[in-house]
Design a protein around this ligand. Sequence first.
Ligand code: T5A
Length: 210
Amino acid sequence: MAGKFIVVEGIEGAGKSSCIAVIEDVLRKNGITDLEYTREPGGTPIAEKLRAILLEKGSEKVSDETELLLMYASRVQLVNNKIKPALEQGRYVIGDRHDLSSVAYQGGGRGISLDLIKGLKRMVLGDFKPDLTILMDVTPEIGLSRVDNRGQGRDRFESEKIEFFTRVRNCYLAEAAADPTIKVIDATRPLEQVVADIRNVVEGFVCSRG
Ligand code: T5A
């Protein structure tokens, strides 16, 4: 496709919002100004309804398999109706989470088989994948303390135990070790250092594309 899809991943409070701002800045300074933004779950009217179901702390337990299927239902709506059309027009798309979140959270966190998740992905999205993924890596302790400092309470996922986020983080790191398109940033450090590393990764990506 003519455009490029850059995704930011990480556990809660890893600093994905700050990372997206840096990506945008680097792209604009390189003359890439026609940008599309997405977030997952969500990003289209139907996908946003699924997001509300997924994040609310309701009285009915959401089973792990339902969670996985709703994540992919949301993702397929977003990829088909927003991401692919933008890429076909030659635009850059910056995504707040994508498929790797399902591998890390529903696979690593919930314990659903990674083969099953990757098979489902292939079935509904084929070989579609981001051109670059930036994984903001923090310990769950640091990430959750940042979430709490925002003072907005915790959603259904943020209410999980530390052990859940440790499994999610380990799965993210294992996937990154096996895929050169995933770049890991140590996001436990002060923001200036984190920003400098993100800048280098995105500059390198843009230069490699000419
Ligand atoms: N999910 C999602 C799945 O389980 N499977 C899936 O397939 C998908 C797509 C989405 C939830 O759904 C789950 C994962 C999630 O639990 P969400 O509300 O979109 O829910 O949650 P998050 O994406 O985690 O969003 P957050 O806002 O919680 O995380 P961010 O974006 O990483 O946090 P951010 O950037 O706002 O930073 C948090 C705070 O830390 C500070 C920032 O200023 C901010 O206040 N900060 C730093 N402070 C000090 N030093 C640094 N280096 C800092 N970097 C940031």
